[in-house]
Ligand binder design. Structure first.
Ligand code: ASP
Length: 346
């Protein structure tokens, strides 16, 4: 018995047989298609929520994800599913994107958005745009109809107009709720002492809700698309650009690994290259999506001092929500039509 085992070992070594590495082991397909979304992470606590508000968020998340799900179910592309799903959230004042975008310190609304397709690593993004009704559509046009990846400000708006996208007066983005938030943050800032500046500002951001929207989808052809759209952070300096339009930070998609959309304190997501780091860990360390997102959000981002989270899915249709804040507006749907909608940490 022992002799046979030794003989087999010698044979396998001499014929170069080796245990297949994780990447060579075929992972079972969990879902032929799938979709996952977020509507922002932050200090979202049940005690601060009314049943009406909670129901409104859940209803909008459900409407958005079901739109993308129907596209995927009918054999449509993940690119279409992501754009349409995000458009619904951009058109709602509930989220910090499009219609509900937050205000800069100059009292303006400046939006960032990006999209990426995993089959060709193609990407498009816009930053600091003030009059494009749906920044996610502009990001898609930059990807498909220009030689560039990222357009900003007036140039991005001119391009969107040329492409036939809807341009609105900047006042379209005014909402009383967001304007009041800006006033509150400014008042707090005016009251703080010089020595407490950074700590105060940090605490204020930690306590705010980020509200960005994002979507990742896998279609029946195995193509992954990820997209993100935001108004940024309340009281940000005008012309500040966050992580959401930065490929590799706010958005990333690669058919060989996964798709990711981020939400949280953008500066940390840029420094940590969060979305790409998750994909890179899967590619180079052969870890699962769950392991990669946990490591990047709960270990690396947290250690850096960053707050927020991601939604992500891998090439086999496994979906993940990962965040280090009290809550994250989020939803997922698998190919059987099973819908999950959640807000708080569980
Ligand atoms: N990540 C966004 C930014 O920093 C904010 C958010 O996720 O709500 O611009």
């Amino acid at each position: 018995m022992k002799k046979t085992a030794i003989l087999l070992t010698i044979l396998s070594l001499s014929f170069g047989c080796k245990k297949p590495s994780t990447s060579e082991v075929k992972q079972p397909q969990v879902n032929k298609f799938a979709i996952v979304i977020h509507g922002g992470a932050g200090t979202i606590l049940k005690k601060n929520m009314t049943p009406e508000k909670e129901a409104a968020y859940k209803a909008k998340l459900t409407e958005a994800i079901k739109t993308g799900y129907a596209i995927l179910k009918n054999g449509g592309s993940s690119l279409d599913a992501v754009e349409k799903t995000i458009t619904i959230m951009e058109n709602s004042p509930l989220f910090n994107a499009g219609k509900g975008a937050v205000f800069t310190n100059a009292g303006t609304n400046e939006m960032d958005s990006s999209i990426m397709t995993g089959q060709d690593l193609n990407a498009g993004a816009v930053a600091g745009v003030k009059n494009i009704k749906n920044p996610i559509s502009a990001a898609r046009k930059v990807m498909t109809n220009s030689n560039h990846v990222l357009l900003s400000g007036d140039g991005a708006s001119a391009f969107a107009k040329e492409q036939g996208l809807e341009i609105v007066d900047p006042s379209y983005f005014y909402t009383e709720k967001r304007f009041k938030s800006l006033q509150r943050v400014k008042e707090k800032e005016a009251n703080k002492t010089a020595t407490k500046t950074t700590a105060f500002y940090d605490a204020d951001i930690q306590n705010s809700k980020f509200g960005t929207v994002g979507c990742v989808a896998l279609d029946k052809n195995g193509n992954i698309t990820a997209g993100t759209s935001t108004g940024g952070m309340t009281n940000k300096r005008w012309n500040r650009i966050g992580d959401s339009p930065i490929i590799g930070a706010g958005t990333y998609a690669n058919n060989a690994t996964c798709g990711v959309s981020s939400t949280g304190w953008g500066e940390y997501f840029i420094r940590g290259m969060v979305a790409h780091d998750i994909s890179a860990q899967m590619e180079y360390k052969n870890v699962s999506l769950k392991e990669a997102t946990q490591n990047v959000i709960q270990q690396k981002l947290t250690k850096l001092g960053g707050t927020g989270g991601v939604v992500a899915l891998d090439k086999n249709g496994n979906m993940v929500f990962e965040f280090n804040t009290a809550g994250m507006y989020r939803a997922s749907m698998n190919d059987k039509g099973v819908l999950v909608v959640k807000i708080y940490k569980e």
